[in-house]
Design a protein around this ligand. Structure first.
Ligand code: BES
Ligand code: ZN
Length: 442
């Protein structure tokens, strides 16, 4: 039997709301408008707010003095679905197989967003109200770094005044294990381009006379890490807070992380900064990642050419107390310092987001854990995550409040990848979690 609200989730999933792609601009908006209709239909008042990018949906119940105000944040935008030929069913036509919904956005973040919406709809239908002063804030730009949301928070500071933020956009350590996330990594992106000859050259006629930009970008990229896997940028680790003793212990108690990581990634071996477990490396240590590299001939067969330029796309995952803007400056300085001879370097800094860390043993943190316990029973896993939700630290900086991260994604939900999926069971659990959480926070 399909749980109530599932059809709504499938409708939401059919909007290809890819925020990064201008071709999908109207799809992103259509998704926001559909959501607005849905939340108005259940008795909330709300509107879409225009931004220089995609609209922000803001909705509320009638606020009553003395009640706690809870802001629920989620994002209705999704990552691009490419490579399309690796999907077993079309990326924007949700299909249920083996109890899981397959569609781009199923887990990140529409399944989790719609679990909150359904939880609220049921509570409103039953009691004509929810037990807290509610603010819904759904944005359409999370997957591109939330460029317009911080200014939006600043502008609507009064309207958005709340006691706490809650988000379901993170993971569970395993099926059925309630998971409370108290930290996220931050992010800083950068693109570097090396320019060589003014035009592409015949590699026989000109090879040996000039530097090859592809070789240069490869050498330059290789300077980012030492052979052991530590980031080699001077000053990169300044300010990194050590992993606390209790975290090391708690995370070690979550089972054999190495075996699980080998299985999930399909890599022949694990690799990373020495001296830390794979969980510590993903959740509490900063990294430098190469997200793309290119130049020269990429087509079938061989072509004897020296391309005139080459590029690399980098992102740094950051932890408290690193500053993303400072890291970009250090990275640029490192690239300039290590630039091989014979090429010119161009550096384009990209978007940034601050890391986040709260005390999971605080009053609000323990209230969230009680809600998780009500729904999932058993022991609650206390974790940090390696992914980023750029706006979370801005909630702290602008609104002065902590964010409770109660995720519902499983390690194999394939967020951002082909065949993204979300268990129907987790959707149903998310509906109950919404109700349990609001009851606890009330
Ligand atoms: N839901 C993810 C963040 C996430 C994933 C947190 C897994 C914890 C565990 C979010 O939608 C996301 O993908 N964020 C991007 C942000 C970036 C584009 C600025 C990320 O982390 O890459
Ligand atoms: Zn995402």
């Amino acid at each position: 039997m399909n749980p109530p609200g599932l059809d709504d989730l499938l409708t939401c999933l059919r909007f290809p709301s890819v925020s990064t792609d201008p071709a999908h601009r109207s799809d992103v908006r259509a998704c926001a408008e559909w959501l607005l209709g849905r939340v108005r239909g259940m008795g909330l008042t709300g509107e879409l707010h225009e931004t220089p990018g995609h609209p922000v949906l803001l909705a509320k119940n009638k606020h009553i003095a003395g009640r706690r105000t809870v802001l629920l944040y989620a994002h209705y935008d999704v990552q691009p679905a490419e490579p399309l030929n690796e999907w077993k069913s079309p990326a924007f036509e949700p299909v249920i197989r083996d109890g899981r919904i397959f569609c781009r956005g199923a887990t990140d973040n529409k399944g989790q967003l719609m679990a909150h919406v359904q939880g609220l709809a049921e509570t409103l239908a039953k009691h004509a109200d929810v037990p807290v002063n509610l603010i819904l804030l759904f944005e359409g730009e999370e997957e591109i770094g939330s460029p317009n949301l911080k200014p939006f928070l600043e502008k609507h500071r009064e309207e958005l005044k709340c006691d706490v933020v809650a988000i379901s956009d993170t993971g569970m350590v395993a099926p059925g294990v309630g998971t409370f996330t108290y930290g996220l990594r931050g992010i800083a992106c950068l693109e570097a381009r090396v320019h060589g000859p003014a035009i592409d050259l015949h590699s026989g006629i000109f090879g040996g006379a000039v530097a090859n930009p592809v070789t240069s970008i490869a050498r330059l990229t290789a300077t980012l890490h030492d052979a052991g896997g530590r980031v080699a940028i001077a000053g990169f680790y300044d300010g990194v807070r050590p992993v606390a003793g209790w975290e090391r212990e708690a995370w070690a108690g979550l089972g054999d992380g190495d075996a699980e990581m080998l299985d999930l990634t399909g890599s022949p071996a694990l690799f990373g900064e020495p001296g830390y477990t794979e969980r510590e490396r993903r959740w509490a240590r900063p990294t430098a990642e190469v997200n793309g590299i290119g130049g020269g001939y990429q087509g079938e067969g061989s072509k004897t050419v020296i391309g005139r330029e080459a590029f690399v796309k980098l992102s740094f995952r950051l932890v408290p107390d690193q500053d993303p803007v400072r890291v970009l400056k250090l990275a640029e300085a490192h690239l300039r310092e290590n630039l091989p001879q014979g090429v010119r370097l161009e550096v384009k800094p990209g978007h940034t987001g601050m890391p986040y860390l709260m005390d999971p043993h605080s009053a609000l943190g323990t209230a969230a854990q009680r809600a998780l316990k009500k729904v999932f029973g058993g022991k609650i896993a206390l974790i940090r995550e390696g992914g980023s939700i750029p706006i979370v630290q801005a909630f702290k900086d602008v609104l002065g409040v902590d964010t409770l991260l109660l995720g519902l994604a499983l390690p194999d939900c394939q967020a951002h990848a082909p065949n993204e999926n979300f268990p129907v069971e987790n959707f149903a659990a998310g509906v109950r979690l919404n109700q349990a959480l609001l009851a606890e926070l009330a």
